[in-house]
Design a protein around this ligand. Structure first.
Ligand code: ATP
Ligand code: MG
Length: 832
């Protein structure tokens, strides 16, 4: 049989080709961002099929998100073209596990139609068990137990396998409740998310025949984003691959960002032990980003000590330097980014005009050439064929993206296709731009801004800000204050937080209100007057009605302070407190979101105006096909790429997160740094990092230090756009200390609207102070033993002297490296 043509190999470099051609035996592809790991993995699937090594259902490809799986399916489908007969198993660990589990559910005591519980159901169930075990749920919340169980499941520990050293959590009763929970799930014919994998592993371990069946079945296994697998996932893979050992894992230790969810980078190192003789392939050429972007990313990640270490280079243009800009506050940051995007989109931005000088010049020429040379109106198939067979480095990337975009919207539109072909490439499409944030509460400012200026956007990998649970709850309270007849709002909040007004009491209220033809709140007032609701609930209902009346009355006053009122409502209702008492990992984020909500009110005159604004947002929600700017978290952006990337909020305490900074040791901080690396390496042509000097933290305005990661950016690859008028000289030695002094000295700054607003909010001058006074204020509680003037030694930066301090951080003037801020624990007294 004549060998089939292999166009999918032509545009791979030799190392990638080696990874594709080494079909048998274990292969580990370990390489930095944008080196074409995913591309090679995809080509490998096609190659397996084209060479007749495996039928589609004999291939198992695991990706990290459903979105990634979909994209891989698209790519494989396109590369195969007509040749496709069925598709390989492609999906996430979870989606594939569900399929397997449905077939063998009885082996773990379930029926094949088991239900998968969502978090709410799971919590409800845990609560019942906690109550039954006579544990005070207030002190030992269900969410805490849920977190613990999840942690155990990630490590593939069934209740009897939790090691005693790990069993002390949840007041020493965790494992007992875990066992009870698993029993209960079985009776309900249900499982939770973590069970999907755990049950599969249990089945594989206990039933050799079943395991062998799947081992025979999945003759070739491929795993993307391998650095983020947890122990349970690792066991799952190892069991399936043990017999034939045809497993190919690709990953990048520098992009391991799920340690907090139990992922273990160590799995990469274990791979070579568990699969001896594994072929390790390293890719070094980056095809995604311009040289400046790549150098900036490499500079930052070099700050991590725990790395396998690798080289990365690009043959591409230097392109634009990474842009850095400091803003007054988060709102200004959002405004600025909105304007930038508008400029890039319309082609009026000078960088958009330069775009032909950037990497896409090649594509533009290629496309025009294509049109001239008889492909004037190519069919989709012709074009795809051309794109994949042309073998030119740049064309694959862009054209593929263009095609993906076209195909996803309108499958038969040659005209549309032609119009893209004809459109000048001196502007960026919204689809080509993304904003990647560290914490989801950052999204609100962008969403509001983009709505105001009518910029289409989508939030990826999570609800949009105003759809979040805590935001909807809080808004329901505001609605009730503004319009007491809003029964839906009443229903939403009457028993959140718990007021002892369960379903029965609520039904009584409904009946009463309906009977009397009044609103639920009026009904409740009546019920209170009549003493119709007894017990604890009755008293609480009275309080609730009184509070609701007070809030409503407040809204009727002319010029009422709606921000104060909003805070009061969240306070008096016990809603904020509910989340403060919540010990789960999500609770701090929810509290942040609530602060962010109150902050959003600043842009409106009263609650009513704000509520209208939000209903308009919600109405705008329908998905249409127009290109949109993506807003997502850095975590969700893994594996993706965009020509234009904005990375806002690079401030200590936000990014790196406060939690990672408070932790002893460097683990958390190194994970944050990897996240920074992931962020920068998403950008192809233009990467902009920004920070704000002021942000409300826990409701009070605070001066922010710009992120330590900013100082780690290699200056020669950075273009600092920070206006010196406000920040007293930007990037470089002066840093934020200098910037703050300059600001305090500038009387005119106090007259700026931003400052006024801050003052009004904080009730006093904001906390920004000259360095001396800051240091002395903080000195009282300082954890470091250093004083100004001390001579110190730092492993990386050498000798220097302390010129300032804050908490556990020192500002040091290093003889060689200049002024840096470092953790006190990282330096030793040079005179000792
Ligand atoms: P990440 O670590 O971020 O997941 P990755 O290593 O998986 O990155 P890919 O997403 O596969 O990298 O590739 C990055 C970009 O480079 C893609 O646009 C891809 O099409 C392009 N690319 C990869 N290899 C080549 C090549 N040999 N020639 C031309 N373009 C390539
Ligand atoms: Mg990838």
């Amino acid at each position: 049989m004549a060998a089939r043509p292999q166009p999918y190999l032509d545009d791979l470099n030799p190392a990638q080709k080696a990874a594709v051609l080494a079909l048998d035996g274990p292969v580990l592809m370990l390489a930095g961002a944008g080196t074409g790991k995913t591309k090679a993995l995809t080509a490998r699937i096609v190659h397996l099929l084209m060479q007749g090594k495996a039928r589609p259902n004999e291939i198992l490809a695991v990706t990290f998100t459903n979105k990634a799986a979909r994209e891989m399916k698209d790519r494989v489908g396109r590369m195969l073209g007509q040749a496709a007969e069925g598709m390989p198993w492609m999906g996430t660990f979870h989606s594939i596990s569900v399929k397997i589990l449905r077939r063998h559910a009885e082996l773990v005591g379930l029926k094949s139609n088991f239900t998968i519980l969502d978090t709410d159901d799971q919590l409800r169930l845990l609560k019942q068990l906690i109550v039954a075990a006579n544990i005070d749920e207030k002190r030992w919340p269900a969410r805490m137990l849920a977190g613990l169980i999840d942690h155990w499941k990630n490590r593939a520990w069934t209740p009897d396998k939790v090691p005693s050293s790990e069993a002390s959590g949840y007041n020493n009763r965790g494992t007992e409740l875990y066992a009870a929970y698993q029993d209960r799930l079985k009776t309900l014919n249900a499982c939770d998310f973590g069970d999907l994998l755990l049950h599969c592993v249990t089945i594989f371990q206990a039933h050799a025949d079943v395991l062998q069946q799947y081992q025979r079945w999945f003759r070739y296994i491929l795993v993307d984003e391998y650095q983020d697998t947890n122990v349970a996932q690792y066991l799952w893979l190892r069991l399936l691959a043990q017999a034939h050992r045809n497993i190919c894992c690709v990953g990048d230790d520098d992009q391991s960002i799920y340690g907090w969810r139990g992922a273990e980078v160590g799995n990469i190192l274990r791979f070579e032990k568990d699969f001896p003789g594994a072929e390790v392939i390293r890719l070094e050429q980056n095809y995604r980003s311009t040289a400046h972007i790549l150098a900036a990313a490499s500079g930052v990640i070099a700050g991590n000590a725990n790395r396998l270490g690798k080289t990365l280079w690009t043959a591409g243009d230097p392109g634009e330097k990474v842009r850095l800009i400091g803003h007054w506050d988060g709102e200004e940051e959002a405004r600025w980014i909105g304007e930038e995007i508008e400029g890039l989109r319309s082609g009026s931005h000078h960088l958009a005009k330069n775009r032909l000088n950037l990497r896409s010049m090649n594509l533009h020429q290629e496309l025009s050439g294509l049109a001239r040379s008889g492909f004037g109106r190519p069919t989709r198939r012709e074009f795809i064929k051309y794109a994949f067979e042309s073998g030119r480095a740049y064309i694959d990337r862009r054209v593929e993206k263009l095609i993906r975009w076209l195909l996803s919207k309108d499958s038969n539109s040659t005209a549309k296709y032609q119009s893209v072909l004809d459109s000048p490439l001196d502007r960026f499409n919204c689809e080509e731009m993304a904003i990647l944030v560290r914490a989801s509460h950052q999204m609100r400012a962008f969403e509001d801004r983009f709505l105001t200026i009518g910029l289409p956007y989508r939030v990826i990998g999570g609800p949009r800000f105003y759809e979040r649970l805590e935001i909807r709850d809080a808004m329901a309270y505001f609605r009730l204050a503004v319009s007491p007849d809003d029964d839906l709002a009443f229903e939403r909040v009457i028993n959140t937080p718990k007021r002892g007004l369960g379903e029965k009491a609520q039904q009584d209220l409904q009946r009463l209100a309906r009977g009397a033809g009044v609103s639920l709140l009026d009904g409740a007032r009546e019920a209170v007057a009549r003493g119709a609701i007894g017990g604890k609930g009755g008293g609480q209902l009275r309080q609730f009605v009184e509070a609701a009346d007070r809030w409503h009355k407040a809204t009727l006053e002319v010029d009422y302070d709606h921000i104060r009122l909003a805070e009061t409502i969240l306070d008096e209702s016990g809603y904020t407190e509910m989340w403060q008492n919540d010990k789960t990992p999500e609770a701090p984020g929810r509290l942040e979101n609530l602060k962010e909500l109150v902050k959003a009110l600043e842009n409106f005159d009263n609650l009513q105006g704000f509520l209208e604004h939000v209903s308009l947002i919600m109405e705008n929600e329908t998905e249409d096909s127009q290109p949109k700017v993506s807003i997502m978290t850095l975590h969700a952006a893994k594996g993706l790429e965009f020509p234009v990337v904005f990375l806002p909020g690079w401030e200590d305490g936000l990014f790196p997160s406060q939690r990672s900074m408070d932790e002893s040791g460097l683990k958390g901080l190194e994970e944050e740094r990897r996240l920074a690396y992931v962020g920068i390496t998403r950008a192809e042509e233009l990467c902009t990092i920004s920070y704000a000097s002021n942000r409300p933290i826990y409701g009070r305005w605070q001066s922010q230090f710009r992120s330590r990661f900013v100082d780690e950016l290699p200056p020669e690859h950075v273009d600092d756009l920070t206006p010196p008028s406000i920040f007293g000289g930007g990037y470089g030695a002066a840093g934020m200390f200098g910037a703050m002094e300059a600001r305090v000295a500038k009387a005119d700054v106090y007259n700026s609207p931003g400052w006024k607003r801050m003052e009004a909010r904080a009730g006093s001058r904001p906390v920004s102070q000259p360095r001396e006074s800051r240091a002395s204020v903080i000195d009282a509680t300082a954890v470091s033993a250093f004083v100004e003037g001390d001579r110190v030694f730092h492993q990386k930066f050498g000798y220097g002297s302390v010129i300032g301090m804050e908490g556990d951080k020192l500002e040091i003037d290093f003889a060689q490296a200049g002024v840096k801020r470092v953790l006190a624990s990282f330096v030793v007294d040079a005179d000792e």
